[in-house]
Ligand binder design. Sequence first.
Ligand SMILES: Nc1ncnc2c1ncn2[C@@H]1O[C@H](COP(=O)(O)OP(=O)(O)OP(=O)(O)O)[C@@H](O)[C@H]1O
Length: 298
Amino acid sequence: MAPGTNTMTKDPILKVEHLSMRFGGLMAINDLSFEAYRGDITALIGPNGAGKTTVFNCVTGFYKPTMGMITMRQKAGKEFLLERMTDFEVNRDAKVARTFQNIRLFSGLTVLENLLVAQHNALMKASGYTILGLLGLPTYKKAAAESIDIAKYWLEKANLIERADDPAGDLPYGAQRRLEIARAMCTGPEFLCLDEPAAGLNPRESLALNELLRSIRKDSGASILLIEHDMSVVMEISDHVVVLEYGQKISDGTPDHVKNDPKVIAAYLGVEDDEVEEVIEEIEVIAEGEGPQGGAHS
Ligand SMILES: Nc1ncnc2c1ncn2[C@@H]1O[C@H](COP(=O)(O)OP(=O)(O)OP(=O)(O)O)[C@@H](O)[C@H]1O
């Protein structure tokens, strides 16, 4: 249990146990264990190259880990061993959706069409996988109407309803990021993995993103795991933070707990743990010197 979290109410949706991932001679993830709790926004942070994306790729079925177990337990109690599943099965069966560091939308399709394509699997199932089904089956017509309702719901949430008929490629960058998240939500995930959702956003777009993520947590009940470099986003919206360095966990707890953890400060400053205090003192002296009354420029 992560320090600072309430032991009475926390129910793990994801358990990562002794995960290791080797690329040739490089141990990118080394015996990593952590949990993400149901209903929480969990942030996975760490310096460049710490192994965050590798963990994401293992959780979402893009990589087969060298060792370890990744268990996802759905609300209804059904468990899935994600390390044994393909990316497609992780999404379809375990109900884990993801976004990527680089935006991957169909830029020539409209905003609405992007959300309908995401629901293609459910629509094909309703058609009975036949052309006649596509043309006339009542189950298909019902599913098609439902998928438009779901798309509209997420367009409202992402504040994109007015752009529904515009090509996705015409949207500003921050709106494209929200569209990607809306598209992932249209697949009905219980667990949403977001790879650097705030990257490249301006402060206004960042606020809109925070609002969308909070509303996903509150209204859909989906749990969120996100990789993020923007500490203001992490500290603002996360319930729980896991910190990696060189493929290992160095801290795990509430945002306040990890923010004040000397190991985390050392990792971000790139110094040894026992040098943290000294470096912070030095930084404070420099900051005082740079201040309005400071002597650096006087
Ligand atoms: N497919 C791969 N083949 C070989 N090495 C890889 C592969 N993917 C990642 N690595 C290496 O594994 C280590 C962890 O990389 P990873 O991308 O997971 O880190 P990260 O924490 O996401 O970094 P960043 O914050 O820069 O995105 C790095 O040293 C990286 O070069």
